[in-house]
Design a protein. Sequence first.
Length: 886
Amino acid sequence: MDKWVLIDGNSIIYRAFFALPPLTNSAGLHTNAVFGFTTMLLRLLEEEKPTHMLVAFDAGKVTFRHEGYEDYKGGREKTPPELSEQFPVLKELLRSFGIAQYELAGYEADDIIGTLSRLADERGVEALVVSGDKDMLQLASDHVTIALTRKGISEVERYDPAEINEKYGLKPLQIIDLKGLMGDTSDNIPGIPGVGEKTALKLLHEYGSVEAVLANAAELKGKMREKVETHQDSALMSKKLATIFREVPLEKQPDELTYGGYDAQTLADMFRKLEFKSLIERLELPGAASVDAAAVAAAATYEVVAAGSLDGPALAAMLAASDSVYIEAIGDNPHQARLIGLAAASGERIVVATYDDLMDEKLSGPLRGWLEDEHAPKRGYDLHKAELALGWLGIALRGIAFDALLAAYLLDPTESSQTLAALIQRHGLSAIQTDEAVYGKGARLVVPQGDVLANHLAAKADAVRRLVPLLAEQLEQGHMTKLNDELELPLAVVLAGMEKQGIQVNPAVLEELGAELERGISQYMSDIYAHAGMEFNINSPKQLGEVLFEKLGLPVIKKTKTGHSTDAEVLEKLEPYSEIVKLILQYRQLTKLQSTYVEGLLKEIRRDTGKVHTYYRQTIAATGRLSSQFPNLQNIPIRLEEGRRIRKAFVPSEPGWSILAADYSQIELRVLAHISGDERMKEAFIADTDIHTKTAMDVFGVSADEVDANMRRQAKAVNFGIVYGISDFGLSNNLGISRKDAARFIEQYFAVFEGVRAYMDNIVAQARRDGYVTTLLERRRYLPEIKASNFNLRSFAERTAMNTPIQGTAADIIKLAMVKMDGVLRERKLRSRMLLQVHDELVFEVPADELELMKTLLPEVMESALKLDVPLRADVSFGDNWYEAK
DNA sequence: AGGATCACG
DNA sequence: ACGTACGTGATCCTA
């Protein structure tokens, strides 16, 4: 039995374009609409199993409908270039699929589909018409079903004549009359002005057609009659325009629409060009990042050797000769990760050792000996994590020489997936299985034994071996070899050391604070319930919204996607209306401290060490900053006193020692002064004046003693804005002033700091030209959206272009300081330990006899980390805990 | 799984 | 006219 699927190409690609977020491949080609179209095609192929398939397109701008009504489809926004560039891509994709496509000058896609669906009717063949356009419903019949997209393109709704009758009370052909009466703004079909769907349906249920309505206009009352009578011609013309022409002189015969399946290689090549990796995976096409074990084995050029099959010296020799290593540790938190095993490739021979081998009396000697030998270079993937997982087993990992993950991050820090499977696919190497495929995930995580595991680890070691030279070459091309070798790679080792060391947390401090918070929270809860006149879950934005905006009738200030916004900014505006608002703000503050910082932190204290061991992630932030997890120690409260007390729980791990902290003063603005070369700003830092006061003096044109607190506050906000990539809207929002005033501020600022203005202009132009921006140490971030026609996307990219070199260079500097400081501590054999990094601050624990030295040494190292045209300044402080070090 | 909220620089 | 400040992670709730 034949089954035809007829797709309205123009309609679906439009829907897909607006339904999906922007998406580009690395060449900058927009692909979101094509992607959406493809997912729809795949679903249709799977669900409908068509024997014939056609995608019809509109041809050219002028159709027969324009004869007689020139304004047909007039007033439409012109197709955005991000979409137009996708039409030829879609057509090429259809060829790769082996799906027929057709367009004919002077006709629209609807007409082609209308004609084919008539043929389907005549032949008694089942057909499915796919479109986003309701007009298509007129084609429905016993043989023809219409599928209309709903909510973007994720769902379709099917209509046969019965369903059309149920929904509209109309026969399929009456859809044309419906359009004739109500018109269609998107096609600029006028209909009868003032007649919408409701009225049109009422009229049709009564009279049956446009002609009948016009003939009986005299029966209508008042305004309605007037409208119908004056717009008779319009109604008839609209009906004509809405009628799908079903006699198109097709040059294509239905048997040319036969769909015989796609060629996997052809489709894979097309998907690769478009970078539709997930689809390559889903269809298991050639070159998928993940393939099945048999395919990996078949493609393998290497030999897998079990460590247990070798004697000690043979194993040691193989390890010593290895080019790459892959060390597997499963679990997100490396401090708790389970070490599964490792594989080391020496040319085409790969030795695999399991966890048991590592613990084996005979094998552990050579294995540990090699891992701990700093003269035996390790080229691997995510060796930072491996170092921690091994470290907790009492095995040191030394001799880290290259890390594919780190290199991939430097090459493109915004790439969403840096998994090994994704990396090798990106570099066109032969595929391996994904970890999820081999190990499962979540509750179904099962680590296989024997050959299955050995083969997977070997495949990874082989992948790393092939990747290393490619990545190294690309780093070289991007001038990032030095950044990799001398900064990021040594830093990975420094970080692992800090993380293993951990920081002592005194649970008694937290518990006492927790008890106090508990009392406050229950008091606030009962007060809030009393004001609300009911009990509810204050933590639920939904329930809170109902109480505030429905029960208490407070004004709605801002909406979210899901309902009423109740964030702090909104609540502060609502404070005058009800006392409950203040209570909620207080409640929020206390519960945040309780759940995230008291309870959350207590859970992270390790029983065996009494410390928390964070994990600094080096390959996450697009700007080059670190991030911190399990727990995050980079967002411990400080701004409000209530929260700041949490810091009293962070103490030295040895009696008599102190916590010593040093933070860079205004590092981002100093970096800006340097890279912009702005003379006035440089002078300010060279003279070590208060930058916000100086900014206020210059922008307001007053002397130092004329700068009041408010002027300084505003100047400070402008300085922040400058670093973030300023806009008048953002500044006005932040300062609570009008956009005009904010714009005036910015103009005054740029009039004074001309070098800064020039920098901002130049960096955006440079990003547009090169496609990326860099930091002082050549760290790179690509900004493809800087060329977007969408204002939002483009503006965001422009602000990022301004901000990333500043934030990123500041990150470079503190990373340099960390590596240098680590070296200094080693050289001078000091016992002081680096514990934490918080973007512009370093925290140490120091013994009493090193305190005086460290108080001068640490800021010296930080200030001399990188030589800029302005001095760097670090302020140092110390105490018995992190709170006191202020 | 994703949104809302809020902690930090 | 457009509508946002830059970069993160943890917790809770809701679908």
